[in-house]
Design a protein. Structure first.
Ligand SMILES: Nc1ncnc2c1ncn2[C@@H]1O[C@H](COP(=O)(O)OP(=O)(O)OP(=O)(O)O)[C@@H](O)[C@H]1O
Ligand SMILES: [Mg+2]
Length: 506
């Protein structure tokens, strides 16, 4: 029986097994060659018909149909009383009988109600719980490709982890348990096939803080959902480890002497920082709380940068700088609402027909509204996730190029946006200063100053990030080179292997 590390990330997830000597990365996405990671997004979809609407909706529709039959009955009765001759009276009498029959035929009424509801219903109207209960699941690239090809057939949950600490009703929490349970079960299955043994234990990475404002309450909820999801997936034992601490365990294996490390993990959803005493003599020890000097973390990851880049670089081409006839600017909230891929209520509101009408009305009172039409297309065709994804691609490309041309042809043919590194830098300024405040918070909480620095997570590949943190803050500290994507999960796998070797149930 094996124990694995699972880095359940906001953007990407990974599974690694450590056998005491080396790491084995589990291949999770058959559509991506030579890659250990898988996109964390899930596409829940329907190949054919949508599921039967819930009983309460059907009953409400039945009552509506019955009200309409009642009105027709009243008219038919009136016709009967006003009839000029017995023949005409007979026609109304038959009509009254037929309507009474329809009024009381419950099964037929229900069938008709379901038909009517399905005719008007789209996937977007289904609750998350209904989707999870009755939809099909597609993970990783397959899911994202399906979403791009047939967005109307399902719903893309861009990043389930992002919602775990948010204020969720019980039914929504259960929907996330079901959804993540399926994902973890798929990971477990891949691991069991590739390792050739049962996998019963997992150490799952966790951010220091799951949510921006809900503190321990948000953390508690998120861990609860993950724990239930792991149980649903069939894991017997699961424990959680802060992501930067896991990354530190990985790097500890390469050290020759004791040191104090500042680990900065900047991922897609959160930035997590830890200051920790590392010691090559302690690599086998399971309980290291005493060595963790301080941690800090915030919901402040790459997705925030992507959204900021949309606002700075793309929104100006979607009508952001236009003024209306009254001299006021087009509402700036249009653009923040458009980007709200991690805020289901906000995004759902953005996709409503009323919101589209609002944009169309603004267009009618805006001088030269041509560019605003692009925003309307994004709204009508529900392209928010694609726009944020395009900004992510632009940001990543600008890690190795000075300038790029970003094609946005899914919005309008030949619509390209030029973005250079300066513009990206400007869009990242306030984000960077928040990351630096978080580093200060961690240092203030630590009884010892770091002797080495480690920057990890996908965002550590950005030269802008490296310059701001390393060159400008800690140039005098040695930098521990590491793998931006794998360090956290390899550390989690090390912890999992320690757990399984001592047989501790945590
Ligand atoms: N070459 C690159 N340059 C800049 N950013 C990059 C690069 N490659 C990936 N990223 C960014 O890194 C982020 C993903 O990092 P990572 O895979 O570490 O996140 P995660 O583990 O899924 O998220 P989290 O740890 O916050 O839950 C994304 O925002 C992605 O755009
Ligand atoms: Mg991560």
């Amino acid at each position: 029986m094996a124990a694995i590390g699972i880095d359940y990330g906001t953007s990407n997830s990974e599974v690694v097994f450590f056998n005491g000597e080396g790491h084995q990365h589990i291949k999770l996405d058959p559509h991506v060659e030579n890659s250990n990671k898988i996109r964390s997004s899930i596409f829940i979809y329907y190949e054919d018909d949508l599921p039967t609407p819930p009983a309460s909706m059907v009953e409400a529709k039945v009552s509506q149909i019955q009200r309409s039959i009642s009105e027709q009955l009243d008219k038919a009765k009136q016709g009967y009383y006003d009839a000029q001759d017995p023949k005409e009276q007979e026609v109304f009498s038959q009509r009254i009988d037929s309507l009474r029959g329809q009024f009381h035929d419950k099964p037929a009424l229900q069938r008709r109600a379901i038909q009517l509801l399905l005719k008007d219903m789209t996937v977007q109207e289904l609750s998350l719980q209904q989707l999870v209960e009755s939809g099909k699941f597609a993970f990783g690239e397959e899911g994202f490709r399906r979403f791009l090809k047939t967005p109307e057939k399902g719903r893309l949950i861009y990043s389930p982890k992002n919602f775990l600490g948010a204020s969720l009703e019980e039914s929504q929490q259960q929907a996330f348990v079901g959804m993540i349970g399926k994902q973890l079960s798929y990971f477990k299955q891949c691991a069991e096939q590739q390792l050739g043994q049962r996998v019963t234990t997992a150490v799952i990475g966790r951010p220091v803080r799951f949510h921006g404002t809900r503190g321990e309450e948000g953390n508690h909820q998120a861990i609860n959902i993950m724990r239930q999801a792991a149980a649903l997936a069939g894991f017997d034992d699961v424990s959680f480890l802060e992501e930067p601490i896991a990354a530190a365990y990985k790097i500890e294996q390469t050290l020759e002497q004791q040191t104090t490390a500042l680990v900065v993990d900047i991922g897609g959803g959160t930035t997590d920082i830890g200051c920790i005493n590392l010691d090559p003599l302690k690599v086998q020890e399971l309980e290291r709380r005493i060595d963790v000097l301080s941690v800090s973390g915030k919901r402040l990851g790459g997705m925030e940068c992507d959204k900021n880049l949309v606002i700075k670089a793309i929104a100006p081409h979607l009508g952001q700088n236009l003024t209306m006839q009254n001299g006021l600017p087009v509402p700036p909230t249009y653009f923040s609402d458009m980007c709200a891929v991690d805020d289901i209520p906000k995004l759902t509101r953005f996709f409503t027909p009323e919101y589209g009408l609002d944009i169309a009305q603004t267009m009618s009172i805006t001088k030269n509204p041509k560019t605003l039409e692009r925003l309307l297309i994004i709204q009508e065709e529900k392209l928010s996730a694609r726009v944020v994804n395009s900004a992510r691609m632009a940001k990543e490309l600008l890690s190795s190029k000075e300038s790029i041309t970003l094609p946005l042809h899914y919005i309008e043919p030949d619509f390209d946006v030029a973005i250079d590194i300066d513009l990206l830098h400007r869009s990242m300024r306030s984000w960077l200063s928040k990351v630096i405040s978080l580093i200060d918070e961690c240092l203030e909480g630590s009884s010892k100053m770091p002797e080495v620095l480690m920057i990890t997570g996908g965002m550590s590949l950005s030269p802008i990030v490296r310059k701001a943190i390393y060159a400008e803050l800690f140039a005098e500290l040695p930098l521990l080179e590491n793998d931006a994507f794998n360090s956290v999960c390899e550390g989690l796998a090390i912890q999992a292997s320690k757990l399984s070797s001592v047989g501790v149930k945590s």
